[in-house]
Every structure is written in C-alpha cells, then in structure tokens.
Write a protein that binds this ligand. Sequence first.
Ligand code: ADP
Ligand code: MG
Length: 251
Amino acid sequence: MSTDLIDIHAPAIEVRGLVKTFGDNEVLKSIDLTVTAGEVVCVIGPSGSGKSTLLRSINLLEAPTGGEILVEGIDITDEDTDIDRVRTRIGMVFQSFNLFPHLNVLDNLTLAQRRVLKRSKVESEKVAHAMLDRVGLREKAAAFPGHLSGGQQQRVAIARALCMNPDMMLFDEPTSALDPELVGEVLQVMRSLADEGMTMLVVTHEMGFAREVGSRLIFMDGGVIVEQGNPREVLANPQHPRTQDFLSRVL
Ligand code: ADP
Ligand code: MG
C-alpha cells in the first residue's frame, strides 16, 4: 500500500488483537484500542503490565507477534508499508530524554529534519526555533543538553519530536525520571499541546494530568486493558477490583 494515501477519516491509531510475546512471556494479550484524532488517551497500570510495549509496538520499535496496527488507516504491520514514512507521523517521547549529548539544542532539533525530511539548514533552524519557543526554551538553542535541567531536557525532547510535524504524540512516562519540582513544567507543555488539539497517547503516573487533560483513561494490567472510560469517572469510581486495588495504592 502506498503511504501517500493517508485516509484522513481513519482513526489516528487502531490496534486490533495485538499480541506480543517475549519468549514464553505473553506481554500483550490481544489488545484492541482505537484513538481518534484529537483524543488525549492516558494509560496507567502497574509496572510490567505492558504499557511501554504497547506504545513501542505502535511505531514498530517492537514487532507485533500477532494482530494489526493501523496508523491513519495504514497497516504498519504490512511488510509493504514504508514504516519510516509512517513513523515521521508519530512523535515519541521517552522517560529518558535521549538527546544527543555532543550536539547543542539547535543541532538536536535540526538533525532528523534534515536527514529524514530533507529540509534545508535554514528551514530546519526556523522550525527548531519556533518549536523551542513553543516549549518555552527560546534562549537555549546554543546550550548543550548536559547544561540543562531534566525538565528542560525533556521539553527539548518534546520540541524535537514536534519539529517533525507529527500528527500524534506518544509519551512513555515523560516525567518519571524528573525531580518532583521539574514535573510541572513538562506537564504544562503537554497540556498546551493537548489544548491545541494534538492526538496524544500518554503512559503516566500523574493522575492529576490524566484527570484534567485526558479525554480517556485506560487501566492496563497483565497485558490486557482491564478498564477504560472518562478519567474522572474511572479515578473516582473504578469498576474492576484490579483497578480499585491499583488506585488505592497510588492515589
Ligand atoms: P510497563 O511499561 O507496563 O512497565 P513493559 O511493557 O515494559 O511494561 O513490560 C511488560 C513485560 O514485558 C515485562 O514483563 C517485561 O519484563 C517484558 N519485556 C519488555 N521488554 C522486553 C524485552 N525486550 N525482552 C524481554 N522481555 C521484555
Ligand atoms: Mg514502561
């Protein structure tokens, strides 16, 4: 299938019967998940429940064992699909910021734009400055990652993802590695992205963010989606005993 034919009416993400095994360990047990454009879907659940594997499967950092994943209507598990092309539609932000330590902020932001999108130096720098502005770090273009706080580094990582003009963003515990006083500035950037209509799938332990910003909350345990719904309702009135047990330990 040609990746030029993006179906604008298709859901942003459609996961059908996704199974992932590592050896004998079935980590995802037939996950079904549809994310509509503009939704902010937060995913919570205990360590080892398969949250990261789900996110990593969506841009094929992990190869599914079974099932289908469609991104904007394109089956990314089809071996004829140009996965690199699809991946540019998806921005990913990890717990560890994964910036290149030997490159300054501007070069971190222009590298993939130039290599993957073939943008000129001038154009890529223009985009980089605009995205730095968006995350409130306009004055840090020349700084090296090691001279920035963790919160600033994560905001740079978000800006770097935005430079590729993604249609959706996947966040895997973006604030979990941060000192508590630096969490808020990153959540604030994510909240403004959500307010601008970005489609987001966010694995997080920040229940306040999930409640206030999420349009849907998913609770995963043992490789399955146990429960999902309106974040306020799930947090205030969880239906499943496993959700109740998890929330009683984290809230
Ligand atoms: P979570 O993000 O919810 O903590 P993960 O998706 O990271 O969970 O992991 C789910 C399970 O898959 C865990 O049991 C973990 O040990 C296992 N797992 C994850 N990645 C690998 C891998 N590359 N090789 C083997 N096992 C893995
Ligand atoms: Mg994880």
